[in-house]
Write a protein that binds this ligand. Structure first.
Ligand code: F6P
Length: 542
């Protein structure tokens, strides 16, 4: 693989010297050549510094790394998460073909379909008012209590699918900061509120603490006996849920072969299903499944997750770009960058290869972003003129959900396309100067000011275009990025499916709690930590 990376590096050096503007000028077919589609979903990567030679080398790289074989191993239920001895089968959760998927010889599809059916009955019961609170009132508000993968997916997807939201209001509480649940409970009535405690492990301190606070809220308002009618749970740890006291008929399970950050397709998606209904949730699963089929069968140059992953690694490991910006031109994808942060950074933020050796090149980049056009008025300055090159990934629907505001959607589209064009084209010194002199500035002043108005151009971006942000389209987008992370993980030669990096801080927090509470002295801690404990104790009020 190293020899292919070396070839890519030397080829890229030549390609970078060649201006992207020149590449477009020289080849009227560049867009057709370097774009690919799945139905209405188009991926345009022609504004990246690629050519036929680089694409051929990236395909060779994927072949040498065995991406296709590893993909097939994932889909077939092999325990590819070898550090935890687990299969990785979020794809089974959206396997709408119902073709058998075996884990240790057991076909999991019957279990998957049984939980989905149970969720459907419960969700429709809450939506229709058939399932009510303890005092007989219909549920108007649902609070999901979870964090990380047990929060980010439902939060992101519920907002994304707002036009389809016809169920009770949804709220999400994740942070252990009492401000989060405090502010949420303030506006709710226990009588009409359902709490969903969502935790794969059912041990996560933030979730368990918030769940206890919610439990007290219900018990104090309606009495202990009412609690059962106001709680449901989603977990793989059914014994722990039972110990918390949630009735088995209101517990929706999933399995250790579903990673937290890949769990939106499982019972973790229950709040989304309550919001949009089981049929639209089914369409969301259909969208994910369509990408799975595509990922498994399309040749490299038509395979969107393969292309996205290969270009991601090209940017990270060949061109050395440290971050990538996710820039949806879709206000309802507000939380999509945060969702991808967990998906990508918790999966590929690793320094050790599958052989336990240090990663030689880079591994996962820093992922960040905000919807456009807001980002344009905040951080795009740096993307256009800063000293770091930041590959940008734009996404835009051809249609919004506000036909009466079509002109606003057209303005949105124009802005999105203008940004990628500006990043690619830039503005030369001569052009900058000419602009100033045309406006009447004298030569000397124009020479002085023009350098500040130069855009280097040649800055890479990928643009995704789709019809409209429907449940199907959202499912497709998420699954596309999941498989991109997979492809990149294989090329980085890491295990994308564990997350040991979050453990140390959790362990230390547990040890620090009695110190913060003043029950134990800060001995054994470094002077900074001990000093900060002391500073906070001195400032404690009441
Ligand atoms: O932050 C680590 C992590 O384990 C994530 O991977 C996971 O999504 C999150 O915590 C929540 O875990 P759980 O669903 O078990 O409460």
């Amino acid at each position: 693989m190293q020899s292919i990376i070396d070839k890519l590096t030397s080829t890229a050096a030549a390609t970078r010297a060649e201006d992207l503007r020149a590449a477009f000028a020289a080849d009227a077919q560049r867009f057709d050549r370097f774009s690919a589609s799945l139905d209405d979903l188009l991926m345009d990567y022609s504004k990246c510094a690629v050519n036929e030679e680089i694409m051929a080398l990236l395909e060779e790289l994927c072949d040498a790394a065995g991406v296709a074989a590893k993909r097939d191993a994932m889909f077939s239920g092999e325990a590819i998460n070898f550090t935890e001895g687990r299969a990785v089968l979020h794809t089974a959760l959206r396997n709408r073909s119902n073709a058998p998927v075996l884990v240790d010889g057991h076909d999991v599809m019957a279990d998957v379909n049984a939980v989905l059916a149970g969720m459907g009955t419960f969700a429709e019961g809450i939506r229709s008012g058939e399932l009510r609170g303890a005092t007989g009132k219909a549920i108007t508000d649902v609070v999901n209590i979870g964090i990380g993968g047990s929060d980010l997916g439902p939060v992101m997807a519920t907002l994304a699918l707002a036009p389809f939201h016809d169920g009770p209001r949804l709220h999400f509480v994740s942070n252990v900061d009492g401000a989060h649940i405090g502010d949420t409970l303030k506006i709710l009535s226990a009588e009409t509120t359902l709490f969903i405690v969502a935790s794969k492990t059912f041990t996560t301190i933030e979730t368990m603490t918030n769940a206890q606070t919610a439990r007290r809220f219900v018990a104090e308002a309606l009495g202990e006996a009412a609690v059962g009618k106001h709680f449901a749970a989603v977990s793989t740890a059914l014994d722990k849920v039972a110990a918390f006291g949630i009735d088995a008929t209101r517990v929706f399970g999933f399995w250790d072969w579903v990673g937290g950050r890949y769990s939106i397709w499982s019972a973790i998606g229950l709040p989304l299903m309550i919001a949009v209904g089981k049929d639209d949730f089914g369409r969301f699963l259909d969208g994910g499944h369509s990408i799975d089929e595509h990922f498994r069968s399309a040749p490299f140059r038509q395979n969107l997750p393969m292309l996205l992953g290969a270009i991601g690694v090209y940017h990270r490991n060949v061109l050395g770009y440290q971050t990538r910006a996710i820039l949806p031109y879709d206000q309802r994808l507000l939380r999509f960058p945060a969702y991808l942060q967990q998906l990508d950074m918790e999966s590929n933020g690793k320094s050790v290869t599958i052989d336990g050796k240090p990663v030689a090149g880079g591994s996962g980049p820093v992922v960040w972003g905000e919807p456009g056009t807001n980002g344009q008025h905040a951080f795009y300055q740096l993307i256009h003129q800063g000293t770091s090159i930041i590959p940008a990934e734009f996404m835009i629907a051809a249609n919004g959900f506000e036909p009466e505001l079509r002109h606003q959607h057209e303005l949105l589209i124009a802005n999105c396309l203008a940004q990628s064009e500006a990043l690619m084209k830039g503005r030369t010194l001569a052009e900058a100067k000419a602009q100033l002199t045309t406006k009447g500035m004298d030569e000397a002043q124009a020479d002085f000011i023009a350098p500040h108005r130069v855009f280097s151009g040649n800055r890479p971006s990928i643009t995704f275009v789709y019809d409209q942000l429907t449940p199907f389209a959202l499912g497709r987008l998420i699954a596309l990025y999941e498989h991109r992370v997979f492809v990149e993980g294989v090329l980085f030669r890491i295990n994308s499916f564990d997350q040991w990096g979050v453990e140390l801080g959790k362990e230390l927090a547990t040890g620090l709690l009695p110190v913060v509470e003043g029950k134990v002295a800060a001995t054994g801690h470094d002077s900074s930590t001990a000093g900060l404990v002391g500073a906070l104790a001195e400032r404690k009020m009441g």
